[in-house]
Write a protein that binds this ligand. Structure first.
Ligand code: ADP
Ligand code: NG1
Ligand code: MG
Length: 467
């Protein structure tokens, strides 16, 4: 399936933003763009921190998206980037020689480095020598950044798509999703591919069940017609590439998986670092793997020495081949808790999917879905420890209101997603959170609440627009 190319018509939902971007592009570059790109953010309904373990997830695309206006310039080889939001500085580089060097610590990478990830990803997929052509690019984004709605992957995927189209390489959606997932890792985080997959493969009206093992696959899930989703931003921002929290969880999962593989006597245990691969090799159910993890990981906390002993490897080997540059300091590993979260969360995704499939729009069905959502948050909070006090508070007050909610995206800040049973309930719930949460924030009067708390339904994936 190829990324669709549409004519710019009047009935495009983001037409006004495209028009504004068009005007901005002309003011910046004094020329017309050749084409436009739209790539959506996403909300993950259930299945958190399991994509990088090879397990399926269940996201849907949002209205909020990254838009690009692009013109290629075969007469030079410079990338010139502008952002309609003046907070983000202009950028220019030579496409024949650029680097994505990352800041040592503290603040996250500069915004344009996410764009460079996409360019680099495409370049690596063109074989042989090829001439570099210049690109003028203007960007407009309204996915709340650093909030778990995948602004980063919408940005990286938009750059991949723009570069692929400019360089005339295949517009196959799965191929582009895989390239985008791989190249976003140049930003320093070892993500699993959910965000880039939904960015390309999303379909209006459906959530997607996205599988990664043995290969990328997306099938449509018809949500019950009485299921309505609200996204609420805690406003605690967290740039995932600015801290090592995300990669620490990835490392804990990979380590737990390798230890189990070794205990089970697999000779190539080093290569078995995703639970989904281990499960296929054993040929067992998720429940059986969970029982195994429960039995084998008896400690609440594993020190580095414990891990080295379990794997029978040296400290040097561990640093060189198991850790990432920003997790070299790790000396505490909660293997049991992380493994149990991953396996139980994966089971919840399957149960959520089958509940949707047998659904008769009865309230008992919605109650079940709501329970899975509540259990997911609790597991992320207690076993995976990636929540934030503001997220926990939002989930707790939602429960008081009778609504199941959970953190969505990587966590440590960002948004919750909540399940309501009607548009009317969405509106009452939104009003309730405005009163109970947003009104009390110090920045209350400056908030654009429509982009902070909103009802949402599944949108299409990436598209190209031409004149
Ligand atoms: P998210 O959960 O939104 O994916 P990340 O921490 O992974 O959060 O990525 C957020 C980063 O992506 C921002 O700090 C910024 O560098 C970049 N980004 C997101 N949206 C935009 C935008 N509209 N313009 C420029 N950069 C953006
Ligand atoms: P966000 O919150 O969008 O940065 C991250 C990962 C996903 C997935 C989720 C947790 C990236 C690009 N994205 O999302 O792959 O692991 O966390 O479920 O690393
Ligand atoms: Mg991200």
């Amino acid at each position: 399936m190829l990324v669709p190319i549409h004519k710019l018509t009047e009935d495009i939902p983001c037409k006004q933003r495209l028009d504004d971007l068009h005007t901005y592009f002309k003011s910046q570059f004094e020329t017309e763009p050749d084409f436009f790109i739209r790539v959506p953010g996403r909300v993950n309904i259930i299945g958190e921190h399991i994509d990088y373990c090879g397990y399926p997830v269940l996201p849907m695309a949002l209205d909020q998206c990254i838009l690009l206006a692009v013109k290629t310039n075969p007469s030079d080889h410079f990338l010139q980037l502008r952002n309609i939001n003046p907070k983000f500085e202009n950028y220019k580089c030579d496409l024949t020689s650029f680097n994505i060097d990352l800041p040592q610590s503290g603040t996250g990478p500069e915004w344009y480095k996410y764009f460079l990830c996409g360019v680099k990803g495409v370049f690596e997929n063109i074989t042989g020598e090829f001439p570099k052509i210049g690109m003028y690019v203007a960007l407009s984004g309204n996915v709340p950044p650093a909030s778990g709605l995948s602004s980063s992957s919408a940005l990286v995927s938009s750059a991949t798509l723009a570069t692929a189209y400019a360089y005339n390489i295949s517009l196959d959606k799965k191929n582009l999703a895989s390239i985008s997932a791989q190249c976003e890792r140049y930003i320093g985080t070892q993500g699993g591919g959910m965000d880039q997959a939904i960015a390309y493969l999303a379909k209006k009206g459906c959530a997607k069940f996205i599988e990664f093992h043995p290969e990328l696959q997306a099938s449509s899930i018809q949500l019950p017609s009485n299921a309505f989703f609200v996204v609420a931003n805690s406003l605690a921002e967290i740039n995932k590439a600015a801290t090592s929290d995300f990669n620490q969880r990835v490392v804990e999962c990979r380590t737990a998986c390798r230890i189990l593989s070794k205990k089970l006597g697999f000779n190539n245990w080093r290569e078995v670092f995703r639970f989904a691969s281990l499960q296929s090799r054993i040929g067992c159910s998720l429940e059986e793997l969970e029982r195994l993890a429960d039995k084998e990981f008896s400690k609440e906390n594993y020190t580095r020495a414990d891990v080295l002993k379990e794997l029978d490897i040296s400290d040097q080997d561990f640093n060189d081949n198991f850790l990432t540059p920003n997790t070299l300091h790790m000396d505490s590993f909660k293997l049991r808790q992380r493994a149990l979260h991953v396996l139980q969360e994966s089971l919840r995704v399957w149960n959520f999917k089958s509940t949707c499939e047998v659904n008769s729009n009865e309230s008992s069905c919605l109650q079940k879905l709501s329970d899975f959502i509540g259990q997911s948050h609790s597991s992320l909070r207690h076993l995976y420890e990636c929540s934030h006090p503001s997220l926990d508070y939002l989930v707790d007050i939602s429960k008081e209101f009778g609504i199941g909610a959970r953190l969505t995206g990587a966590g440590w800040g960002g948004c919750i997603v909540a399940l309501c049973n009607s548009m009317e309930q969405c509106q009452r719930y939104i009003d309730f959170l405005k009163e109970k949460y947003y009104k009390n924030l110090p920045q209350a009067k400056d908030l654009d609440l429509d982009n902070v708390i909103f009802a949402t339904c599944p949108q299409n994936g990436a598209e190209i627009f031409v004149f």
